[in-house]
Every structure is written in structure tokens, then in C-alpha cells.
Design a protein around this ligand. Structure first.
Ligand code: HEC
Length: 152
């Protein structure tokens, strides 16, 4: 191999390694290899008042589902989110990121929301699987953009 050939080969290898490191440390590989998925089943969960109450507690409180998935003034943290907006979706104001990040409409509306989802479709995004992953990914994207904004 000529000297130029060797230099070009090492330059290419270095570029690939840098790219792998950069992707791993920033967006991660999911945008490239796609979301984690599994085959859906026809399983059904029994609906009980206790489960409904637990779901309401998780969605409204600790898991932040309704907070992200409802349009409201993010600066007014203590004000209740209007009933008409609860779960109806929101464009998240993440500064410094390319494109628009939209938290989907997860209301029971069969046309625009998640009303026609099967039980297993919900289970497939249930914590601790994909929902935790999507929240963590968004949080890491936010901290990257916050760090970028601070540097500016
Ligand atoms: C940090 C904000 C945030 C939180 C907290 C959050 N979500 Fe999301 N959610 C999003 C965004 C943004 C999307 C859209 C992701 C995409 O398009 O890839 C999404 C997508 C979804 C989807 C998929 C909808 C579809 O049409 O494919 C469901 C269902 C969902 N979230 C439910 C939940 C539940 C349940 C919780 C609480 C356990 C939750 N989310 C918490 C931001 C959030």
C-alpha cells in the first residue's frame, strides 16, 4: 500500500471511530436502528377500580405523563391543567434541538387519541420498558440542549 493509501485508510478509520463515539454520546443509536419493538399479543387486562386509581395516580403524578402530554403554561407549575387539554398532546418547547418534539395525543379519542389501542399496545409502552426509555431519551436530549445553550 502506498503512503497516501495508508494515511487515507487511517483517516477513514479515525472518522468512523469518532462518529461511533459521537453518536453513542449524543442521540444514541435508536434514531438510526429504530425503536425497540416486540410482537404484540391479544392479551387483555382485567379492569378493576384499583387499577384505574393506580393508573390515574401514575399518569397525573410521579410519571409526568399528563404533564408532558397536555398543552399548558409550563411556567405555571402549580396551576391545574385544563380538563380539555389533559392528554391531548403538546409540542414540547425544547430549545436548541432540531425539528419539533410532539408528545402525542393519548386521550381515549379513537380517531385522534389512543382510544382504539389494544391492551397489549399499551403494555408494550408501559414502564419500565419503552416509556421510561422515551422519557430518559427526552431528558438527555434536554440536558444536551441546555448545556449547548449555556455554552453560547
Ligand atoms: C418528557 C415528556 C414525556 C413524558 C414525561 C411522557 N411522555 Fe409519552 N411521549 C412524549 C413524546 C415527545 C412522545 C412522542 C415520541 C415520538 O414521537 O417518538 C410520546 C409518546 C407517547 C406514546 C406513543 C403515542 C403514539 O401515538 O405512538 C404514548 C402511548 C405515551 N407517550 C404515553 C406516555 C405515558 C403513559 C407516560 C407516563 C408513564 C408518558 N407518555 C410520559 C413525551 C413524554
Amino acid at each position: 500500500m502506498t503512503k497516501l493509501g495508508k494515511v487515507l485508510l487511517w483517516a477513514a478509520i479515525t472518522l468512523v471511530v469518532l462518529l461511533v463515539v459521537a453518536i453513542s454520546l449524543t442521540t444514541g443509536w435508536r434514531p438510526i436502528i429504530g425503536p425497540r419493538t416486540r410482537t404484540l399479543t391479544a392479551r387483555k387486562f382485567e379492569s378493576t377500580p384499583q387499577r384505574l386509581e393506580r393508573g390515574r395516580y401514575l399518569a397525573n403524578g410521579t410519571s409526568g405523563c399528563i404533564y408532558c402530554h397536555s398543552e399548558h403554561d409550563l411556567l405555571k407549575r402549580d396551576e391545574p391543567i385544563p380538563a380539555s387539554q389533559r392528554g391531548a398532546g403538546q409540542v414540547l418547547p425544547y430549545l436548541g434541538l432540531p425539528g419539533r418534539i410532539v408528545a402525542s395525543n393519548i386521550t381515549p379519542d379513537p380517531q385522534t387519541g389512543a382510544g382504539s389501542w389494544t391492551d397489549d399496545q399499551f403494555a408494550s409502552i408501559d414502564p419500565p420498558d419503552n416509556v421510561r426509555e422515551h422519557v430518559e431519551r427526552l431528558e438527555s436530549a434536554t440536558s444536551h440542549s441546555a448545556a449547548a445553550t449555556e455554552k453560547e
